[in-house]
Design a protein around this ligand. Structure first.
Ligand SMILES: Nc1ncnc2c1ncn2[C@@H]1O[C@H](COP(=O)(O)OP(=O)(O)O)[C@@H](O)[C@H]1O
Ligand SMILES: [Mg+2]
Length: 510
C-alpha cells in the first residue's frame, strides 16, 4: 500500500536526524496513527509518556529489536516502567537506552519551563541527533524555551482526509450494528463524507453517532444535521464562521455589474476552462460606502455559485500570544482548503491587514499581510476570496495592485432603479404584499440612502404599524424616511473623498 504523504514526510524527518518533532494538536489519536504507521514501516520501537501514566512501550509498537536489546522484567507492552512519571526521571531513563526508538511525550512543553528538565532534555536531544532516535512532543500552545526551540522541527498534522473520515464513519456504523438502519447509497456516503470535511476524527464520530442514534437511521437527512453541527464546530474553533450553501438566502438588489462579472467568472471553475489553460478565479475586493451591501454581496456570491461560505473573523486572528496570528491564519486557510471549493470571505479587510494595525504591534499585521499576499498568489485550491473594505485609505497599496484580485469593485450609494429593487426586497420580506406601497414615490424620497438605511426605515415603519394596529403603507414609510438623516448627509465629506479615490480606479459594482 502506498504510504500517505504525511506519514512519508514524518518518516523523512525522523530518518534525517531531527531529534525533536513538535506536533501541535489535541488529537492524540491521530498522532498515534501517524507514529504507528511510520514506525511499522521503519522497524522502530515506540514509547509513550504522559505525566499521569509514566513511560511505557506503546501497545502497538512493533516487536523486533525489543527482545534482543532491552528487556527489563517489568517492561511489558502497555505497562508503565517504574519511576518514570516525573519528567526528569523519564528523560534520564531514556538517555540510558541505546537503540533507535521514538519517544512520544504527551503535553510535554509546559515541563520545559523547569531549567533542570530543559537541560536534561537538551542532552537527550543532542544524543538522539546522533543515534537517530526522536522525541515527539504533542499538545497545544507550545512556547518552547529558545535554547530548545533551536533543535525543534514542527510537523503540521493535516485535518483528516476523505479516506480517514470514511473509515471513521464505517467504525461508527460497525459499533452501532443492530441499533441503527443505514440507508445510504454509495453517492450518499460520498456526500456525507464531503459534509464531514474540516472536522477532526473524534468530532466526526460524535456527529455521526448522534445523527444515527437520534432517529435510529443513518440516511440523507443526516447530511444536513452534519452540516449544522459542522457550522457550530467551526464556529467554536473561533477563526471562521460557516454558512452552508443550503441555508444561505441572501438577496441583493442592484449590483448588476458585479452579478454580470460573476456570471463570466463562474466559467473559470469549469473543466473546459482548465482545458484552455485558464486559471480558476482567485477572488475580488469590494470597496465602498458602509451599509450599501458589500457584506450582503459576499453572501450572494456564495448563494449564486452554490458554494459554502467561510467568513474569517479578523479579530480572532490576533490571538493573545504574539506571533500566533500567521499561524492562526494558516489554520483558517487549511480549514478552508479541506472544504474547497468554497468562498473565503474576509470582511472589512482593512481591520486585519490594514496599515493602521501594523504599527502598534511590532509588525505583526505586516507579517500576516505578507503571508496573505503569498498565499493569495500561490493558492491552487478552489477557494474564491471575497474581501470587502469600507476605508480605502487604510488598505496597503500592494493589495490594490493589478493581479492581486481578479477585480476590484466600487460600491456607491444606490441609484433610483437599485433603490427600487432594494425596497422591493425588504417590503416583500415583511409579507404584507407590496401593493400598499407607491414604490416610485419612495424611490424619490430615499435618494442618498444606503441599502441598510432603507431596510431600517422599512423595519421601523412596520414596528409602528404593528404598535398602532394598522397596516404599513406609503405614508408611514415616507414619514420614517423623512425622519432619517442618512450617512450621505452626516458624512458627506468622507463619502466624497472615497468616491473621488475609487471611481476612476475601480470597476463599479453596478
Ligand atoms: N443592495 C442591497 N440589496 C438588498 N439589501 C441591502 C442592499 N444593500 C444593503 N442592504 C441591507 O442592508 C444590510 C446591511 O448591508 P451590508 O451588506 O452589511 O453593508 P456593508 O457591508 O456594505 O456595510 C443588509 O443586510 C441588507 O439587509
Ligand atoms: Mg459589511
Amino acid at each position: 500500500m502506498a504510504l500517505n504523504p504525511s506519514v512519508q514526510h514524518f518518516q523523512t524527518l525522523i530518518t534525517s536526524f531531527h531529534p525533536v518533532v513538535v506536533i501541535d494538536t489535541v488529537e492524540e489519536e491521530r498522532v498515534q496513527g501517524l507514529i504507528s504507521a511510520a514506525c511499522a514501516d521503519m522497524q522502530m520501537t515506540v514509547f509513550e509518556w504522559s505525566i499521569a501514566q509514566g513511560l511505557m512501550r506503546s501497545p502497538d509498537s512493533p516487536d523486533h529489536r525489543w527482545q534482543n536489546e532491552y528487556s527489563p522484567p517489568s517492561a511489558k507492552r502497555g505497562q508503565a516502567l517504574p519511576q518514570t512519571t516525573e519528567p526528569l526521571d523519564m528523560l534520564r531513563h531514556i538517555q540510558d537506552l541505546s537503540f533507535k526508538a521514538i519517544y512520544w511525550l504527551k503535553d510535554f512543553a509546559p515541563h520545559l519551563k523547569d531549567p533542570v528538565v530543559a537541560r536534561q532534555f537538551r542532552e537527550v536531544a543532542d544524543q538522539f541527533s546522533r543515534n537517530r532516535s526522536s522525541l515527539v512532543i504533542s499538545g497545544t500552545g507550545h512556547s518552547l524555551p529558545p535554547e530548545i526551540a533551536h533543535d525543534v522541527v514542527y510537523f503540521d498534522i493535516k485535518l483528516p482526509q476523505p479516506e480517514e473520515l470514511y473509515g471513521a464513519v464505517a467504525d461508527v456504523v460497525r459499533s452501532l450494528k443492530g441499533r441503527v438502519k443505514v440507508e445510504l447509497s454509495p453517492e450518499d456516503i460520498h456526500t456525507l463524507v464531503k459534509a464531514l470535511q474540516g472536522m477532526t476524527l473524534s468530532q466526526t464520530r460524535k456527529v455521526v453517532a448522534y445523527a444515527a442514534l437520534h432517529d435510529g437511521k443513518l440516511n440523507t437527512d443526516d447530511v444536513n444535521r452534519v452540516l449544522e453541527r459542522k457550522a457550530r464546530v467551526i464556529h467554536e474553533e473561533g477563526l471562521l464562521d460557516y454558512f452552508p450553501s443550503e441555508t444561505n438566502l441572501a438577496e441583493l438588489g442592484g449590483f448588476e455589474g458585479l452579478k454580470r462579472w460573476l456570471g463570466y467568472a463562474k466559467v473559470g471553475f469549469t473543466p473546459q476552462a482548465r482545458r484552455y489553460n485558464l486559471p480558476a478565479p482567485k477572488g475580488i475586493l469590494i470597496v465602498g460606502i458602509q451599509g450599501c451591501g458589500k457584506s450582503l454581496a459576499a453572501k450572494t456570491i456564495a448563494r449564486q455559485w452554490n458554494l459554502p461560505l467561510l467568513k474569517l473573523d479578523a479579530g480572532r486572528l490576533y490571538d493573545k500570544y504574539i506571533g500566533e496570528s500567521d499561524k492562526n491564519f494558516r489554520r483558517a486557510v487549511t480549514m478552508a482548503e479541506t472544504m474547497s471549493p468554497c468562498i473565503l470571505w474576509m470582511d472589512e479587510i482593512e481591520k486585519s491587514m490594514g496599515q493602521t494595525s501594523g504599527e502598534g504591534d511590532g509588525g505583526l499585521s505586516r507579517r500576516l499581510f505578507g503571508y496573505f499576499l503569498t498565499w493569495l498568489q500561490e493558492k491552487s485550491q478552489e477557494i474564491f476570496v471575497v474581501a470587502t473594505a469600507n476605508d480605502l485609505s487604510a488598505i496597503p497599496p500592494e493589495l490594490l495592485r493589478k493581479g492581486r484580485f481578479d477585480e476590484i469593485f466600487f460600491v456607491d450609494l444606490p441609484e433610483a432603479d437599485e433603490r427600487h429593487d432594494i425596497l422591493n426586497i425588504h417590503l416583500s420580506r415583511r409579507q404584507q404584499g407590496i401593493d400598499a406601497f407607491d414604490l416610485d414615490e419612495l424611490v424619490i424620497a430615499s435618494e442618498g440612502f444606503s441599502g441598510a438605511e432603507i431596510e431600517q426605515a422599512v423595519i421601523t415603519a412596520h414596528y409602528r404599524a404593528l404598535y398602532e394596529n394598522r397596516s404599513a403603507n406609503t405614508t408611514l414609510l415616507l414619514e420614517e424616511i423623512k425622519r432619517t438623516v442618512p450617512l450621505s448627509v452626516t458624512r458627506r465629506e468622507d463619502i466624497q473623498q472615497l468616491r473621488a479615490m475609487a471611481r476612476e480606479r475601480f470597476v463599479t459594482a453596478r
